[in-house]
Write a protein that binds this ligand. Structure first.
Ligand code: PNS
Length: 160
């Protein structure tokens, strides 16, 4: 495959150092990587879509082949629209595997030409999730090493 565009989809509420670790790994092996935030009307996010886009754009600046986008509807349809060849997802622990496998297989059924590629973040991030970060922030706990400084600032401001 030449000029491979990978899409890294997710909620990113907010982006964590674990996401950035995966973005770094993905940016090294794919020609282009688009981090795509799902516009999910069912979920009640802590950060608005616009805030999440802003934060992701800010923290992905070091990678010239990474861009940030937003999508709604079916991931496979969005990927086709973007002419993407790959869906990138992270697997932190065995507990992620079942849900990720189910999604990957369903996406394959919906579009057999789209490959899901799983990557593992560094062990240091294997326990990290946006949900836990939100909880720690809301309870006033330390966020050192969990999120980039720009995100930590926004979290602190959000939960004041
Ligand atoms: O960060 P998340 O919340 O684990 O990301 C989940 C996401 C956005 C990858 C998933 O919910 C998704 O792809 N939603 C789009 C709708 C869709 O295509 N659903 C069918 C999946 S098999």
């Amino acid at each position: 495959m030449k000029n491979v565009l990978a899409i890294y989809p997710g909620s990113f509420d907010p982006v964590t150092n674990g996401h950035l670790d995966l973005i770094d790994r993905g940016a090294k092996i794919f020609d282009r990587l688009t981090v795509s935030i799902l516009r999910n009307l069912d979920k009640d996010p802590l950060f608005t879509l616009e805030e999440r886009v802003e934060m992701l754009r800010e923290v992905t600046q070091p990678w010239p082949n990474v861009e940030v986008d937003v999508f709604s509807g079916l991931l496979v349809e969005y990927a086709q629209l973007r002419d993407a060849n790959v869906i990138l997802r992270g697997i932190r622990a065995v507990s992620d595997y079942e849900y990720e496998l189910q999604m990957a297989m369903m996406n394959r059924k919906l579009n057999p030409n789209l490959e899901t590629v799983f990557m593992m973040p560094a062990v240091a991030y294997s326990f990290l999730s946006s949900r836990l970060v939100r909880e720690i922030a809301q309870l006033g706990g330390p966020m050192t090493g969990l999120v980039p400084p720009a995100v930590e600032q926004r979290l602190r401001a959000k939960v004041l």
